[in-house]
Write a protein that binds this ligand. Structure first.
Ligand SMILES: Cc1cc2nc3c(=O)[nH]c(=O)nc-3n(C[C@H](O)[C@H](O)[C@H](O)COP(=O)(O)OP(=O)(O)OC[C@H]3O[C@@H](n4cnc5c(N)ncnc54)[C@H](O)[C@@H]3O)c2cc1C
Length: 411
């Protein structure tokens, strides 16, 4: 069997893996991306319900690698205001776009469009080889190289690389194969996402409503429509996924209290079980983890892909520096620097997000009181609100929080 060669092997061709391939290839490295999906699904991903809230920093990264300009205009929506409510008849906590600079809080972009634009760029890059239909079977990490054994369709193949990057999602087989454990938290809830047309305008306001027994987000998309994100116990979501369209419309209108007027389902429905993952380590000899394989966040704070982009940025900076200095790019020194920097950003984010998710998805009395008090306090402390809004709109900051939506942006 001939052995393919490249500087880097990436397992998983999702948005984090593809973005990493582009950044590393720009550093002069050759990259192979192994993706289990067939080429047709990989090159033209279908709608998956997710509208990804992107920070200014993430937009800048997507502009730098060229993906932003490939996004169809109809897949991008401005986010001018985020409104957070708890229970009924409460004063909402409101974050607005900067009235002086007219900068929006962020952008909502359809996940399938992000995936497609990144794939298109990676496919056209001379230093990147895309290997669809490729399922990894073994990874052997030796002192001087890593060898990835995989099935390409029915054909067994081998790829030798100086570094393997695991970007194969939150239940990452690469992470498992490397013997790296993870903290996994099951919220026993499922999040359903779909697009709803409605008769009342959304004014580019994202609403996050922590109601009794349900969490609803309505994210503005183009036209008179929003992306509905409904979190409920799994059994109730199963019922809604199978409901007829007319029953579904009626139930969603009732659940949203009629505040969006007439509502009508205009897309497929998608369900995502809420399990979060934090890998014990992000690096091991000749191996790095990025994206959901490293940190699979609860979507409630809209950090997941923003952190995935940040992880690949840090990794390519550290690998790029090692490469320019003529060092081994799979060396433990470069990987240690990557791990330290990423951990500094992700540890507080993950802990805060899980606390918010717990506080806002539990309905026991103390949790209800705490979240009402929390919103009232946040709303009455202008410096807090300003800090969060600045965090949303800033392009660059020197601390790790700059990629975040401050734990308050709804999905
Ligand atoms: C409902 C919802 C809303 C969200 N909203 C936001 C948001 O507003 N903002 C935000 O920043 N994030 C958001 N996220 C999170 C974001 O979608 C993820 O963080 C992001 O998609 C992770 O990208 P990834 O490339 O790491 O993983 P994935 O997208 O999971 O991609 C992993 C890839 O690896 C492939 N793969 C898996 N196993 C193998 C194997 N053995 N061999 C080869 N290939 C393999 C898979 O086919 C897949 O293509 C949301 C998530 C959900 C569920």
């Amino acid at each position: 069997m001939t052995v393919m060669q490249s500087d880097i092997a990436i397992t998983g061709g999702g948005p984090a893996g593809l973005a990493a391939a582009l950044s590393l290839a720009e550093n002069g490295l050759t990259v192979c991306v192994l993706e289990q999906a067939p080429e047709s699904a990989w090159s033209s991903p279908s709608f998956d319900g997710r509208e990804i809230a992107l920070t200014h920093h993430s937009r800048a990264l997507l502009e730098k690698n060229g993906a932003w300009s490939l996004l169809p205009e109809e897949c991008i929506s401005l986010l001018n205001e985020a409104r957070i409510e708890t229970g009924r008849n409460n004063e909402p906590l409101i974050f607005r776009a900067d009235e002086d600079t007219h900068e929006p809080l962020g952008w909502l972009v359809s996940n399938y469009a992000i995936r497609k634009s990144l794939w298109t760029l990676a496919n056209a890059h001379p230093a990147i080889t895309l290997l669809p239909d490729s399922s990894v079977t073994t990874i052997r990490r030796n002192p001087d190289a890593a060898v990835v054994h995989f099935q390409n369709g029915d054909t067994p193949k081998k790829l030798s690389a100086r570094l393997v990057i695991g970007a194969d999602g939150r239940f990452s087989p690469t992470r498992r194969r490397a013997g790296i454990g993870a903290v996994i938290h099951d919220f026993h809830r499922t999040m359903m996402v779909c697009r709803m047309e409605h008769s009342e305008p959304h004014h580019n306001v994202a609403l996050q409503w922590f109601d009794h027994g349900q969490t609803i987000a309505m994210l503005p998309v183009q036209g008179q429509a929003s992306s509905l994100v409904l979190t409920l116990p799994t059994e109730k979501i199963r019922h809604l996924m199978n409901a007829s369209v007319s029953d579904f419309d009626a139930e969603i209108m009732q659940r949203t209290g009629g505040r969006f007027g007439d509502m009508h389902l205009i897309s497929s429905r998608h369900a995502y079980p809420m399990k979060t993952v934090f890998a014990h380590r992000f690096a091991a000899p000749r191996l790095a983890l990025i994206g959901d394989a490293a940190v699979g966040m609860h979507p409630i704070t809209a950090h997941g892909f923003n952190l995935g982009l940040r992880a690949q940025e840090i990794l390519s900076e550290e690998i790029g520096k090692a490469f320019v200095r003529g060092e081994d790019i799979g060396s433990s020194l470069a990987l240690r620097r990557f791990e330290t920097r990423l951990r500094k950003i992700t540890v507080p984010m993950f802990a805060t997000t899980n606390s918010i998710a717990t506080l806002y998805t539990r309905d026991d009395g103390p949790f209800r009181i705490l979240r009402r008090a929390g919103l009232r306090l946040a709303g009455s402390v202008p410096p807090f609100k300003r800090a969060v809004t600045q965090m949303l709109t800033e392009q660059e900051r020197n601390n790790g929080l700059h990629t975040a939506f401050g734990g308050l942006l709804p999905v």
